[in-house]
Design a protein around this ligand. Structure first.
Ligand SMILES: Cc1cc2nc3c(=O)[nH]c(=O)nc-3n(C[C@H](O)[C@H](O)[C@H](O)COP(=O)(O)O)c2cc1C
Ligand SMILES: [Mn+2]
Length: 487
């Protein structure tokens, strides 16, 4: 069953023994960060800090920082179950015969029920603060790392409307708190929020923005999901939940917000206004340098009576966002396969922080197929950022790093098999020659074919004969050989 709100999710984690309440007083300046970092790197529980100096609000962190918790948050039993759930959408077969038709009806009505629902009154508006009452210093915003320019709201769901189509976008973009009612707005230029902002700037118009901090976990996750522009994050969240997300209109802005959110900031971004943002200890494991970004003016804060402040920290991997990245990988694989059908599997190791390394297994059918796959990936949504793409044959295991390395490195003639291209790169890439522009590399590690100009014979892999293996399996217990080092 889907979680209605953050509190329900916290209760479920606590019931599982997967949440620890920290009662000792801790500082939101670096201390929570250090505790959360140790917890995530040691496969620890989710954390709820109940006594945070300088703020009356508790801080929740690491709610997604394990595979088990992330699956739970997303209302998914297993990745296989998710594939089954998508199947009727991606591969619709007209039902044949009366029985099949009747069976299809609940599935169709299920779909209707996942659209967002508009409600009139909402827990996230129990308290409304405007004017001088707006004071972001009441929030327990973390300063995450010693070199950070200040406190940053790290898991905000930033909600905006397209100026032309009025379509709603929701994206997670960090926000540096500048003072009691202004923050930075770190939407990178390739992201949907920035795209909508460009529309307002062209027309010289003020842009209304609402930011939800803390909501039911599927809705929070939808802001991270790399959905194509124009596809509603709230619809996606509803599909995950199996139940539409209740939305309420902002009190002072014409932007819908999740009714069950903990805290909502309402305000605007002015065309052309920029302010220095950063440095910020980022998910690359390095500090992102300071740069100029739009400014968010907060004109109202609406919230629950006793809200929980939801946050995360990024930094040297593995971190909480690595589990979000893994979920993105598994959730989107069926959709990627639909557009690039030769892809059998893909994997983005956490050390590659999403964009630095993508490994894909393909069902190779024609000469040059691996290169065709790379270009398709570089041409698809946020996968365009893939700095290194390694393409292997379908029988190569992607999640076993030693075996993968062995196979890739034996399979390549580097000069022949590495392809360099230039194009857009992730805004966080600090090694590229220019911000947002640089080179990318594809490694074709598939077996090479005659039709690809490979005139030599490809050798067979060494495998022991099955009869001998079986005989030794039988003998083994009597051989007295102990594995795994000295007793
Ligand atoms: C913890 C966390 C922080 C993020 N911070 C930013 C950010 O500051 N700026 C940004 O453009 N994307 C950031 N992202 C990535 C976006 O949320 C992601 O690309 C999302 O798909 C953007 O939504 P959109 O496609 O609707 O723009 C962050 C992701 C996570 C998990
Ligand atoms: Mn979007």
């Amino acid at each position: 069953m889907a979680f209605r709100n953050l509190a329900e999710f916290l209760r479920a984690l606590e019931a599982d023994g997967d949440l620890v309440r920290v009662r000792r007083e801790v500082s939101p300046r670096l201390e929570i960060s250090e505790i959360a970092d140790r917890a995530v790197k040691g496969d620890g529980p989710a954390l709820l800090f109940e006594n945070v100096s300088g703020s009356a609000m508790p801080v929740a962190i690491n709610l997604f920082a394990s595979r088990r918790r992330t699956l739970r948050a997303l209302n998914i039993a297993s990745w296989e179950e998710w594939d089954e759930r998508l199947e009727p959408l991606l591969d619709p077969k007209p039902p044949e015969g009366l029985v099949e038709k009747l069976k299809a009806i609940p599935k169709l009505t299920d779909l209707a029920s996942v659209f967002p629902k508009t409600v009139r009154s909402a827990p996230c508006q129990e308290v409304v603060e405007t004017g001088d009452a707006v004071d972001l210093s009441k929030l327990p915003v973390l300063t995450c790392w010693p070199g950070d320019a200040g406190p940053f709201i790290t898991l905000p769901l930033v909600i905006t409307r397209d100026p032309a189509s009025r379509k709603v976008n929701a994206g997670v973009y960090r926000m540096q708190v500048f003072d009691r009612n202004t923050t930075g707005m770190h939407w990178q230029k390739h992201k949907d929020g920035a795209g909508q902002a460009r529309g307002y700037e062209r027309e010289g118009r003020k842009m209304e923005v609402a930011v939800a901090i803390g909501a039911d976990p599927a809705t929070v996750f939808s802001g991270v999901a790399p959905l194509p522009p124009g596809i509603s994050e709230f619809l996606f969240a509803g599909f995950l939940r199996g139940e539409g997300v209740p939305l309420v209109s902002g009190k002072t802005v014409d932007v819908p917000v999740p009714a069950e959110a903990e805290i909502v900031l309402e305000g605007y971004v002015l065309p052309g206004e920029r302010r220095r943002e950063g440095p910020f200890g980022d998910h690359t494991g390095f500090y992102s340098l300071e740069d100029d970004f739009p400014v968010f003016h907060v004109t109202a804060v609406t919230r629950r009576k006793s809200p929980v402040y939801l946050t995360t920290i990024v930094g040297r991997p593995p971190m909480e966002d690595g589990f979000l990245g893994e979920a993105v990988e598994r959730l989107f694989l069926p959709l990627v396969k639909k557009t690039i059908p030769e892809i059998v599997d893909m994997h983005l190791p956490v050390e590659g922080i999403f964009h630095n390394l993508m490994i894909v297994a393909i069902d190779k059918r024609f000469p040059g197929h691996a290169r065709k796959t790379m270009h398709a990936i570089w041409g698809t949504g946020q996968m365009m950022f893939s700095k290194t793409i390694v393409v292997v044959d379908r029988d190569v295991p992607l999640r076993n790093a030693p075996e993968l390395l062995w196979r890739v490195l034996t399979a390549i003639d580097p000069e022949r098999d590495i392809e360099f291209v230039r194009g857009p790169v992730d805004e966080l890439d600090f090694a590229s020659r220019l911000p947002c522009y640089g080179s990318k590399m594809g490694i074709d590690a598939t077996r090479k074919w005659k039709e690809e100009g490979f005139a030599r014979r490809w050798p067979d892999e060494i495998v022991m004969s099955p009869e001998v293996r079986k005989r030794v399996d039988e003998l083994w217990p009597s051989l007295g050989i102990k594995l795994g080092g000295k007793p």
